[in-house]
Write a new protein. Structure first.
Length: 634
């Protein structure tokens, strides 16, 4: 299990966690929630060992494999599918061992092959491809270098690598931020089937609701555990807050009564003793803080005051980029009371359609017409990027309304949690969520009668998402939204349209039907892959065996001349050794030293010296050949 004991984490002088306790058993799926800055990401860093606790400890079983989403790409020049496979560290280690030619033990080699098969090594590439496809990276893109992908796509590849790891503990910090709804639905289904322990940070309520069986709330520096999903957490916490508030109110009445008695009778000698006892009672009384709920955002749209029925019309429009169509023959009118959610896979053309409606993309063919009274509010990521980072929220708002009083503008910004010094801080210091909030604040202030929202909840926390949802529920203008946040879609739109196969058409069903549609399509694709998997696996085995045979053949070819030379040396050693032994034996007799054998003695001694030198050289050469044969895998 994962055990957190008396944990204290601090950032500078600020304590994020103070004496926190937590125990998570294997297989639990845990949602970690709390306000921004409460310490959620810091706790993840501490679990990974990247942040040392100021006090206390975090204990994990030593055998556990921990997976998380990388923030940087160390080898950006490798193909995406290869980078994803790097997530399975045991797979890569086995591949390296199997590629080593120096393994001579047949039993050890067989064991390596058995383990490689047991962990699904032959199907690893197909598994990596399925993960990338599920997260929206099509097959023809998977061989591109990771460096060729944009930041958002790169995060999908990082996520796929984390999922590729056969982990015991999976840490996911806002995994849905860079995903569209189709990818979110696929990931949700995958995580529900994940067998390890999951620790998840997300602001997507439906995503958390579908996956988590436990909620851990960071509250006042403590880790408070709630059993059940996010809805159960909200109900139980509301009950706790209500009880705390009631207890606090009762305590305050007691405090007021004690203070009143002390103030009245402190100076009277006859009551001094009772007054002192009440002072001590007041000091002993436990201070119960008032129920604290994270500061709620609050804002609302001004009445749209729409005149006319039709706001924007695309007529026989072909939409695309650089003469490459994405959507064809779009014939669509946006009416004043429209509340539409756009569905479709990534790259199908949802953002392209919104750009065309907003007038930011000129149709390749066809026309766009708008009503005279159109006031457009368009939110997209590039809108966030167009903020002046060297200016302040107050400056941005004053530019829209130069005659407005500063206090009025400050009050308005306060509804988006830009209070005090935040209103006059440079945008460059803001997080992604704060920039998104400011962009929304500027759009709302322009009093639009048509809102086009492209993933407005990216980087927004749960409180801000709820405030946006409530404001959109009361908004009386036309609304078209692309979002992976199903809670926002369910609460704010009346109809769903599907962007797919180069066209735009109504979707017959609700978001639950769309979830079934997406997962059924993914499973159908997976079945097709599975049907081909045995053939791919057999092909891989055949290829590997052929490569091994070729390697053995190459080694055999390389050893042939060495073996021939070794045999020749051994023949020479035997022949010359025999000759030397005969000379040595004759020299050992008395016959070698008589006068008549003098000439033979001299020639024998000379030959003995030659043979000794030649034999020494041959023996040294034989050792060199033997070493070469060993290196060639003999």
């Amino acid at each position: 299990m994962l055990r957190v004991q008396d944990l204290t984490l601090a950032r500078g002088a600020r304590r994020l966690l103070d004496g926190a306790e937590l125990s998570l058993h294997h297989g639990h799926k845990v949602g970690l929630v709390g306000p921004n800055g409460a310490g959620k990401s810091s706790l993840f860093a501490a679990v990974r060992g990247e942040l040392l606790p100021d006090a206390g400890s975090i204990e994990l079983p030593p055998s556990w494999v921990v997976a998380h989403v990388a923030q940087e790409t160390p080898h950006a020049d490798i193909a995406a599918i290869d980078y994803v496979q790097d997530g399975d560290r045991e797979l890569r280690a086995l591949e390296r061992e199997l590629a080593t030619p120096a393994i001579h033990d047949g039993e050890a080699l067989a064991e390596l092959h058995h383990r490689f098969d047991a962990i699904g090594g032959y199907g690893a590439r197909a598994r990596a491809a399925a993960l990338l496809a599920g997260l929206g990276v099509p097959g023809h893109e998977q061989s591109r270098p990771v460096a060729a992908f944009s930041g958002g796509w790169r995060m999908r590849i990082h996520l796929a690598q984390a999922l590729m790891c056969r982990s015991d503990l999976l840490l996911l910090d806002e995994p849905t931020n860079h995903l569209d709804l189709d990818a979110v639905l696929w990931l949700e289904d995958w995580l529900r089937r994940y067998r390890g322990t999951l620790l998840l940070i997300t602001h997507d309520r439906d995503f958390l609701e579908a996956i988590a069986d436990t909620i851990v709330h960071i509250d006042a520096g403590k880790l408070v555990t709630y059993t059940g999903n996010y809805a159960a957490f909200e109900r139980e916490r509301a009950a706790r807050l209500a009880l705390t508030q009631a207890t606090y109110a009762k305590q305050q009445r007691q405090v007021a009564h004690l203070r009143s008695y002390i103030d009245r009778f402190r100076a009277k000698a006859t009551k001094a003793r009772q007054a002192q006892s009440r002072i001590k009672a007041l000091e002993r009384m436990e201070v119960i803080a008032p129920a604290h709920v994270e500061s709620a955002f609050h804002f609302e749209f001004a009445p749209a005051g729409t005149r006319g029925r039709q706001l924007v019309r695309l007529e026989r429009a072909t939409l695309g980029y650089d003469e490459h169509p994405v959507l064809r023959d779009v014939d669509w009118s946006v009416l004043a009371d429209a509340r539409i959610g756009l569905l479709g896979a990534n790259g199908a053309g949802k953002s392209t359609l919104l750009k065309a409606l907003a007038g930011r993309l000129v149709p390749l063919t066809g026309t766009r017409s708008v009503s005279q009274g159109l006031r457009l509010g368009y939110f997209a990521q590039h809108q966030v990027d167009q903020l002046r980072v060297d200016e302040t929220p107050l400056w941005h708002l004053a530019r829209l309304e130069p005659n407005a009083r500063e206090q009025e503008l400050r009050d308005y910004l306060g509804g988006f949690d830009f209070r005090g010094d935040m209103a006059t801080s440079q945008v460059a210091r803001f997080s992604g969520g704060e920039k998104a909030r400011l962009t929304l604040a500027l759009i709302v202030r322009e009093r639009p009668n048509l809102l086009l929202l492209d993933e407005p909840t990216n980087h927004l926390d749960i409180e801000m998402r709820e405030a946006l949802t409530e404001a959109l529920q009361d908004y009386d203008g036309a609304l078209i939204v692309v979002a992976h946040d199903r809670h926002l879609l369910r609460a704010t739109v009346d109809e769903l349209w599907l962007v797919a196969d180069g066209s735009v058409r109504p979707f017959d069903g609700d978001l639950d039907d769309y979830r079934a549609f997406v997962l059924d399509r993914a499973r159908h694709a997976s079945r097709n892959d599975d049907a081909q998997a045995p053939e791919r696996s057999a092909s891989l085995r055949r290829t590997q065996k052929r490569e091994e045979a070729q390697a053995r053949q190459k080694r055999a070819e390389a050893r042939k001349p060495l073996l021939a030379r070794q045999a020749a040396i051994e023949r020479d050693l035997e022949r010359l050794g025999t000759e030397k032994n005969e000379i040595d034996a004759w020299l050992a007799t008395s016959d070698a030293y008589v006068e008549e054998a003098k000439a033979r003695l001299l020639s024998s001694l000379e030959r003995q010296g030659e043979l000794t030198w030649v034999l020494a050289r041959l023996e040294a050469e034989w050792l060199e050949v033997a070493e070469a044969l060993e290196e060639e895998g003999k």
